[in-house]
Design a protein around this ligand. Structure first.
Ligand code: NAD
Ligand code: MG
Length: 393
């Protein structure tokens, strides 16, 4: 029996994870769940999955959750705040941690799980983008097992059966091919992008996801963050990572080898597949996802990304090549810009301008410690806010 903590249980990934766990009660039990503010949903999850502990974002939310749980006769221990998140991620009773908080808020607890040597199921790509080598060192030093949940990285992991953990050259890898759907605005006239609404940006053609990652998919910053994520997970330099637009999202990514072989992982676009894969690895379990019916599939298309239409992708490659704390700056500026776009304070095309401004205005340095990374994160957020205030709609 594996005991699982889910950080971000009420989100899109959290809910899909609970769906998979519920199919295998003989294999998994839930040790702890966290949510930021959706207390009633968390209370319902506690009633169903009976965790030992539950963590929320504030004292008021904890009070509300406590009352709801007592009314249901549950004895789940309720806590709040970042220290409590780190505690449920690193507790001795926990075998595996699903890191599914969105954004920089997930860094501390995800790192705590890595430092404690847990099996870390990584959905929270922003945590790895920010902390890069520091995170990978923590995994290495503690003997943690890091398994990617992001569908592309999970696909690459599956296409690297002998190469995982080895240098790409040693494994005969020529290129890592990250597929991208291109999001909802792949074919829309670039001049009209300034007028798009948050609702339009969040309507992804193939995946149902949280709002932040949905906007990231529309700008393709999601793919940019994934390029940086792939660099750290698989040790591939920027030049060995290629983005390929594939609007059908059936091939989740590929690895091309020096002998001319290209290995791909295919499946219906449903996050329960990578979640089940990582939960059971190296075994396989049912996920609830339908088998892919190849005969009912239309054609599969591939094209090169347009860096003019998607400047965020170019900014992410620049940040990866710049190294140090540049990816942390990129991530923080993006989080602030996306939030401002969702609150309709800036237009869609201003997202990349905010990020470009921050990358120019805030000097990046060495990512020598988590404290240094967090200081850069704070500086980038401040610079982004100032710029947004000066350029608001
Ligand atoms: P979501 O917005 O649906 O859920 C986010 C979760 O994080 C919620 O449980 C929320 O309570 C929690 N949270 C939000 N802010 C918090 C804070 N400040 N402190 C603590 N907890 C907080 O997001 P999602 O779509 O599930 O994505 C989660 C992560 O997984 C993101 O990093 C995203 O990039 C990654 N991811 C998601 C998908 C997907 O299909 N949804 C695919 C690949 C990767
Ligand atoms: Mg992805």
């Amino acid at each position: 029996m594996q005991r699982i903590t889910i950080l971000g249980a009420t989100g899109s990934i959290g809910v899909s994870t609970l769906d998979v766990l519920a199919r295998h009660p003989e294999r998994y039990s839930v040790y702890a769940l966290s949510a930021h503010s959706r207390v009633e949903e968390l209370a319902a999850q506690c009633e169903r999955f009976r965790p030992v502990r539950a963590v929320v974002g504030s004292a008021a939310a904890a009070e509300q959750l406590g009352a709801l749980l007592r009314a249901k006769g549950l004895r789940t221990e309720v806590e709040y705040g970042e220290q409590a998140l780190c505690a449920i991620a690193s507790a001795a009773e926990v075998d595996a941690v699903m890191a599914a908080i969105v954004g920089a808020a997930g860094l501390a607890p995800t790192l705590a799980a890595a430092r404690a040597g847990k099996k870390v199921l990584l959905a929270n790509k922003e945590a790895l983008v920010m902390s890069g080598q520091l995170f990978m060192d923590a995994v290495h030093d503690s003997g943690a097992v890091l398994l990617p949940i992001d569908s592309e990285h999970n696909a690459i992991f599956q296409c690297l059966p002998h190469g995982y953990g080895r240098a790409p050259e040693a494994a005969g890898v020529a290129k890592v091919l990250l597929t991208a759907s291109g999001g909802p605005f792949l074919a829309r006239a670039v001049e009209t992008l300034d007028a798009v609404t948050p609702e339009q940006a969040c309507k992804h053609p193939n995946w149902v996801m949280g709002r932040k990652i949905s906007v990231d998919s529309a700008t393709m910053m999601n793919k940019g963050l994934e390029v940086i994520e792939a660099h750290w997970l698989f040790g591939a330099p920027a030049d060995q990572i290629e983005v390929v637009i594939h609007p059908q999202s059936v091939i989740h990514s590929m690895v091309s080898y020096v002998d001319g072989s290209v290995l791909a992982q295919l499946g219906n676009p449903d996050m329960r597949t990578p979640i089940a894969h990582a939960l059971a690895w190296p075994e396989r379990i049912a996920s609830g996802v339908d088998q892919l019916d190849l005969t009912r599939m239309g054609g599969l298309q591939f094209e090169r990304p347009d860096f003019v239409r998607f400047p965020c992708l170019a900014l992410a490659f620049d940040a990866l090549r710049a190294g140090g704390t540049a990816p942390a700056l990129l991530n923080a500026a993006n989080e602030v810009a996306v939030q401002a776009f969702l609150e309709q304070r800036i237009g869609f095309r201003q997202i990349d301008r905010v990020i470009a401004h921050v990358m120019d205005a805030v000097p990046h340095g060495a990512a020598s410690s988590i404290e240094a990374v967090m200081a850069q994160d704070a500086a980038a957020r401040a610079a982004a806010q100032t710029y947004i205030t000066g350029h608001a709609k």
